[in-house]
Write a protein that binds this ligand. Sequence first.
Ligand SMILES: [Ca+2]
Ligand SMILES: [Ca+2]
Length: 88
Amino acid sequence: MPQSQEETEYLRENLSIWFWIDCNDLEGSWECRDGTTDVVYTDWGRGEPNNGHREDCAVATDSGVWNDVKCEDRAPVICKRPAPQLQF
Ligand SMILES: [Ca+2]
Ligand SMILES: [Ca+2]
């Protein structure tokens, strides 16, 4: 999941897809696949999370802001890893 406004801006500028942020939104609490439940940074779109149709899976939209969607919806994932150490 994006951890900061900087990460959100990077994704917004470089992606034109929506993607799952690896956490489920449970209206007031979180359940993330890595075990995280204490989510400090959020970037919900206007009116979200609205739990519109039993929506508990959070995605970043193509405009960068977050939305909770139905967990049956399919969305790509973005993997993040540390930058490789350069050897000289
Ligand atoms: Ca929800
Ligand atoms: Ca929603």
